[in-house]
Write a protein that binds this ligand. Structure first.
Ligand SMILES: [Zn+2]
Length: 138
């Protein structure tokens, strides 16, 4: 799907942190929208069942939109699903209606890996790998 020319160019590449990551291909100004977190909209109960399955594989795909709805990026997701978690991130998420926007938390240089805080509220079974020695569980 062609992306809006208004949005900065980003690319999925192998990450030094974990698996795939998403990298800026151009400088991105603070607070600029970068990409929306796409995925099937499902209700909260359905998301709990799917999350249990994903967590067993060490994966996090479900992003809470609000108390009723969740987006599952494993179904119909876009490049945003490869953005890694960071405890000291350069991006943040903001929700407008049912759209989850990933925005720049500061000025980002071309070539930087993007990350944002997942703020997971689940079972916290996955060790955070945002940096060496991070003690957080996701
Ligand atoms: Zn961490």
């Amino acid at each position: 799907m062609p992306r809006s020319p208004q949005l900065p160019r980003i690319e999925r590449r192998r990450s030094k942190v974990h698996g795939w990551g998403v990298f800026a291909l151009e400088p991105i100004n603070k607070n600029k929208r970068i990409v929306d977190y796409a995925g099937e909209v499902i209700d909260y109960k359905e998301s709990l069942e799917r999350e249990t399955k994903y967590l067993k594989r060490g994966e996090i795909w479900c992003f809470t939109v609000n108390r009723r709805w969740v987006r599952d990026a494993n179904v119909g997701g876009n490049v945003a699903r490869f953005i890694n978690h960071g405890c000291k991130p350069n991006c943040y998420s903001t929700i407008v209606g049912h759209t989850i926007w990933i925005c720049a938390a500061r000025n980002i240089e071309a070539g930087e890996e993007l990350n944002y805080d997942y703020f997971t509220d689940g079972e916290q079974v996955i060790q955070c790998r945002c940096r060496p020695g991070c003690q957080r569980k996701l």
